[in-house]
Every structure is written in C-alpha cells, then in structure tokens.
Ligand binder design. Structure first.
Ligand SMILES: [Fe+2]
Length: 291
C-alpha cells in the first residue's frame, strides 16, 4: 500500500504540524455525494459491519460503501500520513442522533487514559450530510490532545473557550488525535443526524510518513524567530507556537513543549525546537571543572 499512494494525496508537513498543534485536521466536502447517500442507506439498513479489534484495515468492510470511502486516494493518503500503511481496525461506531434531542453528550476523550506520550491512534469522523449548527455535530477542543483524561471525567466542564463545533457540508471529514476532548452536541432539528467513526492503530513507527518535500522550507531561521520574524502560512515553528484561547497564560509554553516533543518524534529530528523552549529544559550539563 505504501508504494501505491502518490505524493499528491499525502499530507504536507504544514498539515502535519497543524495536526500536532491542534490535534485534528478537517477536510470539507471531501467525499462524493454518491458515497454519502449510499452510506446513509447502508446505516439505515444496518449494513455497516466492523471487524474484530486488531484486524488490518485492508481486510475490513468488504463489499460495503465504507470500503469504497476508505479506498479513496485522499483518505488513503491521510491515513498513511498519520498512522502508516494498513493500520489496524480498533473499533467503529455509527452515531445517530434522533431529532429534537434535549441533551448533549458530555465532554470526553474516547477510551481510558492513554499514557503513550508520542505514538497515537487516529479517529476518522465522517459526516455524510450537511450539519448546520442547530443539528449539533461533533464539538471539540483544539489543542486538548496532550491533556490526557479518563473518558468522561471532564464531562462537568462545558463551553471551553476556543471550542469548535463541526458545522459542515455533506461529505466532510474530521481526523482526530485519540486524546482530543470532544462530544456530540444536541440535535435541535427535525432530521436524524448521522456520523460514522472509525479508530485506527498504527502498525509502524510514525516517522515521516507524509510528503516531507516541504519540511525544510517550513523551518524559519532561528535568528528570525527571535527577531522581527513574520511567520508565513506554512512555517512549522509558527504553526507549533500558535496558542489556543484556553491556554492557561499568555505563553502556553507547556502545550508548545508538548507539541515540540511530538514533532521531534514524527520527524526524527531531536534538535528541533520552537523558541528554545525544550532545549532549555534539556540542558543538564555533566562536564566538571578540574579543581
Ligand atoms: Fe467520543
């Protein structure tokens, strides 16, 4: 599979940096309407069947429209970029929200607290029809993926500054880091809401799996960072330094250090830094002066 995905379908370094910084990527109207309609019909017929956890994804959904969706080059490219070739199926879920619900889901992260500092799973969320604001959709807290929590233990918190409600057109995709805080909002319309989710586990070391052609171009000169540097759209250090509104103080340094660690893991570049923040923490000299 790795050799059959053309570079144009892989994510760029800038997109990967956005994923590292915010814990998700969004692709609007990516899936053709013919697949959207077929998936909803399949959901209504109860025809979407996952597989035992740990099954290679290539062996899942045979004969289903979900298989066609997963085989789209853009979907193959984003999966490969984040978790490598033929990841393992973890679980899936068809979330249906009935019309005029009076209750939203509490904020949570899926599964129990996950101590892995760098390796990560992804969750692909697929919205097969238009989701206006009143219909609810998934709500998430960008940048929350490093604050590991145990399932619903944060459910008492509501309306965190910076949260994003997924309002989208049919065929849109969210790809989430497994640690992201999220919930399903209430559906206040007269129509059912559908969302399909699948979680995937990598089978390979997550090391430069995307299209790295823009990797070096995305690094600003460190001198510029400390000077009057004006970050460009694709500047990786600037992307990784961008604060979320909920960060605990003006700098958000703790979160940015977490991002640096994940970026080092993904690129294999142990010297990468943003504003010297991690390098400073690593300075533990052992050299002794002669007496
Ligand atoms: Fe969830």
């Amino acid at each position: 599979m790795a050799n059959t995905i053309s570079k144009e379908h892989l994510l760029s370094s800038a997109q990967m940096a956005h994923f590292v910084a915010r814990g998700f990527l969004r692709f609007d109207e990516l899936i053709p309407d013919e697949i959207n309609q077929a998936v909803m019909a399949e959901i209504d017929a109860g025809g979407i069947k996952g597989a035992p956890a740990g099954t290679p994804l290539s062996q899942c959904y045979e004969g289903s429209t979900i298989r066609r969706l997963l085989d789209l080059p853009a979907i193959q490219g984003l999966i490969h970029s984040l978790v490598g070739p033929d990841p393992l199926f973890d679980h899936d879920a068809v979330h249906v929200r009935e019309p005029n619900q009076g209750k939203a889901q509490g904020l949570h992260a899926d599964s129990i607290i996950d101590p892995r500092p760098t390796h990560f799973d992804i969750q692909i969320m697929y919205f097969p029809h238009d989701v206006p604001y009143e219909m609810g959709g998934t709500l998430l807290v960008p940048g929350s993926h490093f604050r590991r929590i145990n399932e619903m233990e944060i459910a008492r918190y509501q309306n965190i500054v910076g949260q994003v409600a997924m309002v989208c057109k049919a065929g849109s995709i969210l790809v989430l880091h497994h640690g992201i805080w999220h919930c399903g909002r209430q559906n206040q319309t007269d129509q059912r809401r559908y969302m399909f989710k699948v979680r995937l586990n990598p089978q390979v070391r997550q090391l430069r799996l995307w299209n790295t052609d823009d990797l070096q171009d995305g690094y600003a000169n460190h001198q510029e960072i400390f000077g009057d540097f004006k970050p460009g759209e694709n500047d990786i250090q600037a992307i990784l330094a961008k604060r979320e509104p909920w960060f605990e103080n003006a700098s958000g340094r703790l979160e940015i250090v977490n991002r640096i660690k994940l970026w080092r893991f993904l690129t294999g570049d142990d010297n990468f830094d943003v504003h010297y923040w991690l390098t400073r923490l690593e300075n533990t000299p052992e050299r002794q002066l002669a007496f």
